[in-house]
Ligand binder design. Structure first.
Ligand SMILES: *Cc1c(COP(=O)(O)O)cnc(C)c1O
Length: 391
């Protein structure tokens, strides 16, 4: 097992191959040429292990694959053009017509779309279960179940699953277990070490961390990753460009620093908010008040920057005034996504009154906060100011 500092700063970087440059070159080439028939034949025979064409392998992308596999403690990894592409490739690699998936309630919205609206076209069905109950997960397994899909914690209510128990259930029933590990990042949670087969990330969030690339990764055994490579990856083509891969490699240099900074600041602000009279509830998996805090502390060594707050607002208009005051403080921006350098606020009230859409099923008192890399005291000033709008 490599030291985290070695992985982020050196692993996969064979500097003697490129003049000793400390920052690796971007191999911006779609194609790789051969001078001898024997070499070409060998490359063609095992595209997974050679450089033939960038839809399969590219040296810059390969460097990134090696680093994320090491971060999750798996043999191999693939890097995709988005987290959703990685999720779709991973699930589709394990199912065929007539198969069944068990998935935890309320996964990422486009994962839910894949399972409820896209895959049924090909005869693949899904049962959603309350993942907080290992017994409910086991009870949902059918003879045709092939996949157990987890998201722990999820990115809204932060419900957790007992990963070691889920891995054992999946193994006992011959299922492939997979998890969306975007929330915790490999810095704070490494599900493969608890027996989960495939670990997936929206690398758009923490792995890249600078809000300038959309990227996904799948980590797992060489057998499973090579299968995905030869089928979904080469056929559907969800690859990342070498230049985007280089940006993610740069983002990884500071992964550990960024995650610890966000984690400390978010816990601090979550505690300050919890103590405020205008706050009804704070949902953060590492707060003492969180229903699954014991499990969260057992399988995660930190939580990063994302948590949710229910404010004691009496009207939607009050929440709208709170939102605008917070945004006008120039300390938070309103946006989807998270995991970058900048702090964000996503108020549920934004999902009320959208033309042609039903109102959000979530209460308008809720705001999801993402705490980035700024000074937490400076961020608190913005929150305190906005809280004055609630009476
Ligand atoms: C953003 C996100 C995704 C989707 O990733 P993209 O890179 O946007 O395709 C999947 N899961 C979670 C938990 C996310 O936050």
């Amino acid at each position: 097992m490599h030291h985290l500092s070695y992985i982020l700063n050196h692993l996969g970087e064979n500097r003697e191959e490129y003049y000793g440059a400390v920052s690796p070159p971007i191999i911006q080439s779609s194609n790789f040429a051969y001078q001898r028939l024997a070499d070409f034949r060998q490359a063609f025979a095992s595209e997974f292990d050679s450089h033939l064409y960038t839809r399969g392998n590219n040296p810059t992308v390969k460097m990134l694959r090696q680093k994320v596999a090491a971060l999750e403690g798996t043999e191999e990894a693939l890097v995709c053009s988005s987290g959703s592409g990685a999720i779709a490739a991973a699930i589709m690699s394990q199912v065929r017509q007539g198969d069944h998936v068990v998935c935890v309630n309320a996964p990422y919205s486009w994962t839910k779309n894949l399972l409820t609206s896209y895959l049924p076209r090909f005869g693949v069905t899904t049962t959603f279960v309350d993942g907080r109950s290992t017994a409910d997960i086991a009870a949902a397994i059918q003879p045709n179940t092939r996949v157990l899909y987890l998201e722990s914690p999820n990115t809204l209510t932060f419900d957790c699953q007992d990963l070691a128990a889920c891995a054992a259930i999946a193994r006992a029933h011959g299922l492939t277990s997979m998890i969306d590990n975007s929330y915790a990042s490999p810095i704070f949670q490494q599900p493969a070490r608890l027996g989960i087969d495939l670990v997936i990330h929206s690398g758009t969030k923490y792995l890249n961390g600078h809000s300038d690339v959309v990227v996904g990764v799948i980590c797992g055994s060489r057998e499973k990753i090579e299968h995905i490579f030869h089928h979904e990856y080469m056929t559907l083509g969800p690859i990342i460009s070498p230049s985007d891969a280089a940006l993610v490699l740069r983002g990884l240099r500071t992964l550990e620093l960024r995650l610890h900074r966000s984690n400390t600041s978010a816990l601090d602000l979550a505690q300050r908010l919890e103590a405020h009279p205008k706050v009804q509830q704070v949902l953060h998996p590492l707060l003492d008040s969180f229903p699954q805090v014991a499990l969260a502390r057992q399988q995660m060594s930190g939580a990063g920057g994302l948590f949710s707050v229910h404010f004691a607002a009496k009207t939607k208009e009050e929440m709208e005034r709170f939102t605008h005051r917070l945004l006008d403080s120039t300390r938070f921006s309103m946006a989807v996504s998270w995991g970058g350098h900048e702090s964000l606020a996503l108020p549920t009230v934004a999902f009320y009154g959208i033309p042609g859409r039903p109102d959000s099923p979530l209460p308008w008192t809720m705001v999801r906060l993402y705490i980035g890399l700024e000074d937490p005291n400076w961020l608190w000033e913005g929150l305190e100011e906005a809280l004055q709008e609630l009476d």
